[in-house]
Design a protein around this ligand. Sequence first.
Ligand code: ADP
Length: 355
Amino acid sequence: IITCAAQQTVVIGLAADSGCGKSTFMRRLTSVFGGAAEPPKGGNPDSNTLISDMTTVICLDDYHSLDRTGRKEKGVTALDPRANDFDLMYEQVKALKSGIAVEKPIYNHVTGLLDAPELIQPPKILVIEGLHPMFDERVRDLLDFSIYLDISNEVKFAWKIQRDMAERGHSLESIKASIEARKPDFDAFIDPQKQYADAVIEVLPTQLIPDDNEGKVLRVRLIMKEGVKYFSPVYLFDEGSTISWIPCGRKLTCSYPGIKFNYEPDTYFDHEVSVLEMDGQFDRLDELIYVESHLSNLSTKFYGEVTQQMLKHADFPGSNNGTGLFQTIVGLKIRDLYEQLIANKATAPAEVAKA
Ligand code: ADP
């Protein structure tokens, strides 16, 4: 109780490989808290930090201990813990959590060098996003909630092609080669963090189209840990049951290949979890209200808030499928967790006095 009462800042960890939708997720999350997050005013234009009234999002690339040249010389990738300063990461997250401002380094993604540090004030909600928020046990213990975006190789490949080939002019071979080159370190250092996550969003190719390899239609699974304080998993129809639901029909327009939901209890790395799955995509986003009305424990403030959030950001990638839906839901759950933590903090001194 005493530790809780002293807590200033709520800390959220978001882990994923680069190019896997972290920034999109952050935009959805900060929007749930009201207001867009912007880079610090008047600071380094290459700062990776995003600040809004409620949230500050820091990118853990800023804790690289080796710059691009250093990594090349030592032959280590940015995914390798040896290229990252976990002692400093721990000290600074701990300081911010207890209400102390820090001078955080800036990793400049353009030059590949470390720039002069920037002053970060303790926010209400601190999100640390990047490759290793759950890697170091000390940092992990500071997290009030953690999320892992688990993008399957097929989908990662499809997204990289879209971005690097269409927008940056890379060749198919070079994209393949760069994914292959990252894989050993990804498997060794990034992927294992998912066992610690309170929520995992798994993105897989659809099962609605036989042998699909386009990676356009997605099967998305929201894996929610049971027994996490201030977090009660979302459910479909009946908590703890196993349910398969095809909502297409009179109330929901579905063109080929349709939409299929699934909900069931399961185990994930020896933890009890609830899994909500959506395969397929929405034709008309406003009809999402029909799906929303069948989900419970959404932590919305009013009926239709999920649909409203999704409509507001219809232009973000993944708005017509489970990636956008589940990111929005996790955002609402984080708002709820924050509000409960703060309420608890407010009542904690009274409890101490009683004791
Ligand atoms: P990160 O911050 O992890 O590098 P971004 O959010 O910038 O990732 O997304 C990188 C790219 O991946 C986007 O430009 C987009 O092409 C693709 N992408 C991300 N999320 C989705 C999604 N849910 N559906 C389809 N494509 C996506």
